[in-house]
Design a protein around this ligand. Sequence first.
Ligand code: ZN
Length: 166
Amino acid sequence: MDSDQTISQDKVVSLNYILSLDNGEEIDRTTTDEPLVYLHGHENILPALEAKLDGLKVGEKVTATIEAAEAYGDYDEEGLHVIERSLFPEDLELEIGMLLHLKDDNSEELEAFVHAIDQEEITLDTNHPLAGETLTFKVEIVDIRPATAVEIEHGHAHLLEDADHD
Ligand code: ZN
């Protein structure tokens, strides 16, 4: 580990984080054994978070608060769609929160979450589940190294195990 490294374009960064919502609810965290490893400057993570990590060194900690618009977007009421239950396959067991891959009227693929279920109708929501949420990441930088030429070409970090994938 080279402690002189700072986070900048084309560095592979390992970090630990705790992600929480505005109400303080923790929704995700890495473990010390398995930090998040990403290639900086390639939008592998939220660009707004990358911007807050830029220039940090190994061992540094930062609390980064990202507004909804800079994270998964503001919540859009137009994302709610009510669909007749009879249009779904009968053997599909729908559950609230389930992710569905659909085609719209123009055969465009879209993803939607099941928002509500009743006898006659299903309400789907095309908003990201974290839309409308301000996210707070408590981050600690655990390693920084220059990316290899192949990583830069691929636009993502390689862990040892997948070093020779296409
Ligand atoms: Zn690759």
